[in-house]
Design a protein around this ligand. Structure first.
Ligand SMILES: C[C@H](O)[C@H](O)[C@@H](O)C(=O)CO
Ligand SMILES: [Mn+2]
Length: 433
């Protein structure tokens, strides 16, 4: 049904609009959760304090503003050619503002270094805070936090497939200097916006075919990271992201999970777990609790691999629910930074952000509405029947009514109403590009 057909249907059946039903549905849901001792008000309060770091690169297919039409490379691939891609910082910010108007809560922006603003070309090892001042000011105006990433790809110095672990000292130093510059910028971002900026280092380094020496590149990567991280940055938190394989690095990735897990533990920095960077049946939800016993904090790249690290838009999957419940049931939302990492150019890009963030929040809410105490008690008593029965019963509790109320209270569209707003924006803005 299109929107006029829905209105006609409502008129004929004398139904009030969805938003006026929302408080009613919520109060019934609140009672139902209360029968299990779950306070929906507490859950909504906690949800409003969990920011999602929204990745800028969904808005322009990881193009950036340094060389937007250049090849991406380094195993990154975006498929689709949906019209209306952002071509300038102004367009990207306008698209983000639209998405933010459809997403409840207070969030963060996750920016890559290739999104710098400069009238002339600036080499990656020479970037400065002033090249990102437009983004910092915009984040301040929007009430957003800001996270940052060195961009060690889409550049001739990355064409060999090796950056920080390259045997070529010149290439290595170029990327070391880029990462050092990024930490200085991130520290300024954190200082200007308050709180800390998370800076995530991901490098594509690896080999298509069987290496003759698996140790030497890892030793070079370790030495390079040591040099990058040598200077303290009080307003910046460092993270390192592993990967199992990439296109062109099928046989060997220098920055493997074991490498970065060991490195992050030794340095007590953040480990970034990307949901698409493991074997297809290996889940990052399973890793969070172990990692947190040995690491101060974690960064997540919430993504969705379909058969491989395909970076599909995040859906409300079992794994998304599981990731979210690991965070909120252990009450570690202050130690786990939630970032998104997907890029789909086959659908409206503003909708892609909106779907991914709203789903991540919905999964968090499901975790917040879990009867954790009862489940744990059943487990401690060896009553696995109650544990399973309760877990399954919760699946049909009225999560949607609580979510709708969260949207209503945050003045963003309730239910699928946001889709027509995206369509309107597509007609008015995106289709004019
Ligand atoms: C652009 C991102 O930083 C990149 O996707 C990285 O995080 C990654 O996941 C590479 O596969
Ligand atoms: Mn990632």
């Amino acid at each position: 049904m299109n929107s006029s057909a829905i209105e006609l249907h409502r008129f004929r059946h004398r139904l009030p609009p969805i938003t006026s039903l929302t408080p009613l549905m919520y109060s019934s849901a609140r009672e139902q959760y209360a029968t299990l001792g779950i306070d929906t008000e507490t859950a909504l309060q906690r949800l409003s304090n969990i920011p999602i770091s929204i990745h800028c690169w969904q808005g322009d297919d990881v193009g950036g503003f340094e060389n937007p039409d250049g090849p991406l490379g380094s195993g990154l691939a975006v498929t689709g050619n949906y019209p209306g891609k952002a071509r300038t910082p102004e367009e990207l910010r306008s698209d983000l503002e639209k998405a933010l108007s459809l997403i409840p809560g207070n969030h963060r922006l996750n920016l890559h270094a290739i999104y710098l603003e400069s009238p002339t070309r600036v080499e990656r090892d020479a970037i400065e805070t002033r090249h990102f001042q437009g983004w910092i000011d915009w984040c301040k105006a929007q009430g957003l936090g800001l996270d940052f990433n060195p961009s060690c790809f889409a550049h001739p110095m990355a064409d060999s497939g090796l950056t920080l672990s390259s045997p070529d000292a010149g290439i290595r130093q170029f990327w070391i200097d880029h990462c050092k510059a990024c930490r200085v910028i991130a520290n300024d971002m954190g200082a200007q916006l308050g709180g800390a900026t998370v800076t995530n280092i991901w490098v594509p380094d690896g080999y298509k075919d069987t290496p003759a020496d698996r140790m030497a590149p890892r030793q070079r990567l370790k030495d390079a990271l040591d040099e990058i991280l040598a200077v303290p940055t009080p307003h910046n938190l460092d993270a390192v992201e592993s990967k199992l394989f990439g296109i062109g690095s099928e046989a060997y990735v220098t920055g493997s999970h074991e490498f970065y897990m060991g490195y992050a533990m030794q340095k007590q920095i953040l480990l970034c777990l990307d949901a698409g960077h493991f074997h297809p049946t290996e889940m990052i939800s399973e890793k969070i609790s172990s990692c947190l016993l040995f690491l101060p904090q974690l960064l997540l790249h919430v993504s969705r691999g379909v058969r491989w690290d395909s970076d599909h838009v995040v859906t409300l999957s079992d794994e998304l629910y599981a990731i979210a419940r690991e965070i909120v049931s252990h009450q570690v939302e202050d130690r786990v930074h939630i970032g998104l990492d997907f890029f789909d150019a086959s659908i409206n890009r503003v909708a892609a952000w909106t779907i991914g963030v709203r789903n991540t929040q919905r999964a968090l809410l499901a975790g917040l509405l879990e009867p954790t105490a009862q489940l744990r008690q059943a487990e401690m008593e060896g009553d696995f029947t109650t544990r399973l029965a309760l877990q399954e019963e919760m699946k049909t509790f009225p999560l949607g009514a609580v979510w709708d109320e969260f949207c209503r209270r945050n003045d963003v569209p309730v239910g699928p109403q946001w889709i027509s707003e995206v369509r309107q924006y597509e007609n008015d803005v995106l289709s004019q590009r």
